[in-house]
Design a protein around this ligand. Structure first.
Ligand SMILES: N[C@@H](CCC(=O)N[C@@H](CS)C(=O)NCC(=O)O)C(=O)O
Length: 277
């Protein structure tokens, strides 16, 4: 693992690191905030998955999570959203596909299958590296994210309920297999057989029997992607006859940006801290 930067913040450390990824077959970059408490003891770890067009950097610069994470003693890991580098396939003029749009799935179709294995990267390779390199308590993990990353967090929690104790999302794409934003990418990454898309779709996963105790979702009413991309009411419908808990909060006047995310960031960190102990 290479250290790209390390800066003291709120008594802890904000670092950016790079490593050679076996899953994605390229160099991957990620950010980690280590709170001051982690000098003395293992602390819970919270995974933040970012949205379309983002790298590890957007939330690090605009998410405003460090003060509260330091107070609560949470380690925050912010991975990149796709494989990177000149050898990685991309669609240069399409921000909803390829680099910056990994969709947190393992692609099965050419030319994507070789590098676009973000599900394996986020659930296996990066946790192993983080467990080795930082003072994390891997029995206390939570996951959250924004937009495409909200989709990632919810599907990963639903598929791994024994691993995560908490999950929340800002403006998540709850049904990517029918959303304007994501259908094209799902078809290119996973092929035309829509049955194969279901394991990466929060609503479909619930319909197929996946369970997670409860979710917190914050959504801005002035989010221009609400009607065609995000549609949290579909998840509300999906869990109706289940024991899954949902705290869905709509916020008038808030849009899709990091101004919205940073406003409710403290609430999400507290939500996770209460469940991670
Ligand atoms: N580029 C797209 C918008 C993409 C977008 O809003 N991305 C969100 C995640 S889905 C984001 O976090 N963008 C980066 C940022 O705001 O820093 C557009 O122009 O319509």
């Amino acid at each position: 693992m290479k250290i790209l930067s390390q800066n003291t913040a709120f008594g802890g450390m904000q670092g950016v690191f790079a490593h050679d990824s076996d899953a994605c077959k390229c160099e991957m970059t990620f950010a980690v905030f280590v709170p001051p408490q982690a000098v003395l003891e293992r602390r819970p770890v919270l995974w933040y998955l970012s949205g379309l067009t983002c790298t590890h950097q957007n939330v690090m610069e605009k998410g405003e999570y460090r003060r509260m994470a330091a107070e609560l003693g949470l380690i925050i890991v912010c991975p990149d959203t796709s494989p990177r580098g000149n050898d990685v396939p991309d669609e240069l003029t399409n921000w909803k596909m390829g680099k910056g749009a990994g969709m947190y799935l393992d692609a099965t179709q050419e030319p994507w299958a070789e590098n676009y294995r973000m599900y394996t990267y986020i659930t296996e390779e990066l946790p192993a590296l983080v467990a080795e390199q930082f003072r994390v308590d891997m029995d206390r993990q939570g996951i959250f994210g924004h937009s495409m990353g909200g989709h990632g967090a919810m599907t990963i929690a639903l598929k791994n309920p024994e691993r995560f104790r908490s999950c929340s999302a800002f403006a998540p794409i709850v049904e990517p297999s029918t959303a304007d934003w994501t259908v094209d990418a799902f078809e290119k990454y996973l092929g035309p057989d829509k049955a194969k898309w279901r394991e990466y779709d929060a609503c479909a996963l619930v319909a197929d029997g996946a369970r997670f105790p409860e979710f917190l979702i914050d959504q801005g009413s002035a989010d221009s992607f609400l009607e065609n991309g995000l549609r949290p009411w579909l998840f509300e419908d999906a869990i109706k006859d289940t024991e899954i808990g949902l705290r869905l909060r709509m916020h008038e006047r808030y849009d899709h940006s990091y101004y919205f995310i940073s406003t409710f960031m403290d609430d999400h960190l507290r939500w996770h801290a209460e469940r991670l102990g």
